[in-house]
Design a protein around this ligand. Sequence first.
Ligand SMILES: Cc1ncc(COP(=O)(O)O)c(C=O)c1O
Length: 457
Amino acid sequence: MPEPSTPAGAPPRGTLPPGASPADAQPGAVEELLALDRRHVWHPYGPMPGRSTPFVVESASGVRLRLAEPVYGHRELVDGMASWWSAVHGYGHPVLDAAAHAQLDRMSHVMFGGLTHEPAVRLAARLAGMTPGDLEHVFLSDSGSVAVEVAVKMCLQHWRSLGRPAKRRLMTWRGGYHGDTWQPMSVCDPEGGMHHLWSGALPRQVFADAPPSGFDAAPDEDYLAHLHETVARHAHELAAVVVEPVVQGAGGMRFHSPAYVRALREACDEHGVLLVLDEIATGFGRTGRLFAAEHAGVTPDVLCLGKALTGGYLSMAATVCTPRVAEGISRGTVPVLAHGPTFMGNPLAAAVAGASLDLLLSGDWQGNVRRIGEGLRTGLAPAAALPGVTEVNVLGAIGVVRLDHEVDVPAATRAAARAGVWLRPFRDAVYVMPPYLTDDEDVARIAAAVCAAAEEG
Ligand SMILES: Cc1ncc(COP(=O)(O)O)c(C=O)c1O
């Protein structure tokens, strides 16, 4: 998740150590932790030594983060971020805790080469069954970025195996984000992804213009033609088109019409290019459909999943492909997928992921996402009248307030904390995607905090 390296801007702090209650405050313990943190620990997109003062979290339960010491009188903050889209069931959920404990009692990890185990097999079968169309072969890896690397490798290897090695470039549209390892970075938005920093080093990919904004907006005919034309012009050198369907997340928090995803599917089919949909952020219900591709009625050749896969408990991601992609790879002189990370299929993560999917599918996720969306729509409406706010958008359980300037992250974070809520705005967007079990009162509180953050940021 790209974000500025500006400090969280924590308010004046007390002296509670992690794990302590106010009764056993030890003066200086939190200060010591933060001093060590600044000296030794890289944070996302952070400088070294660190310059920020993050809030110290000692535990998390339900939709609340419990801090080691109070901020603005709040020992707990309501989480508006679901830990970057992942904690859809909140924290410390008894079903997920039980699954993790039970699996720990059996084994936390064994290698996946030459061995297999029930949690990974059941999870893969489950994903094959619930993802769109004929997506059925599952590669389990450790993080979203790696899932995208694997997707790219599948596509390149597919074409190489079919005797078409020239098809090795990728096409995407501007405004995307696909992770921080090398191939994903090459299809991130060139400006937001800081391509200038890597010029000459990153693979040069093909960029279409960013999709026009608006989930419900009528599709722009000129843009549809632009997509078709770009795929057609580069098809001879394209292994795949890689995009986030319907929601561009960390590249800018913008929604677009599903018609553009459909257009890409058609263009890819027409011109012999594979389509990779990156649903690492949108997968598992966040947009109101189990997968955002369903809004477009499209099955990609390769689908990337992560984040909410384990309910945010452990790092695991999945790259799921169709038989056509797998068969292509199998026809090569090296008829195997050339990838095999140490922690592939990790049993602990797979067991929790299985439990998380059970929990999701046995509950009313759709009703909850709809309810949260309605609460955000109501609660964020006043933001539209704030000076500097250019748009307010809600889709599924995602709310975005956009400003006409870069958010002052420390000021916005402080404003949200004052309202008892954890937010992490970036660029020009104050945004939220709360856990699905967030109740109406907390949704209203989160929305009020977004308004306060937008006003002060
Ligand atoms: C759409 C998308 N793809 C890929 C990634 C990278 O995932 P990870 O941070 O787990 O490597 C992210 C992370 O924000 C994402 O939103």
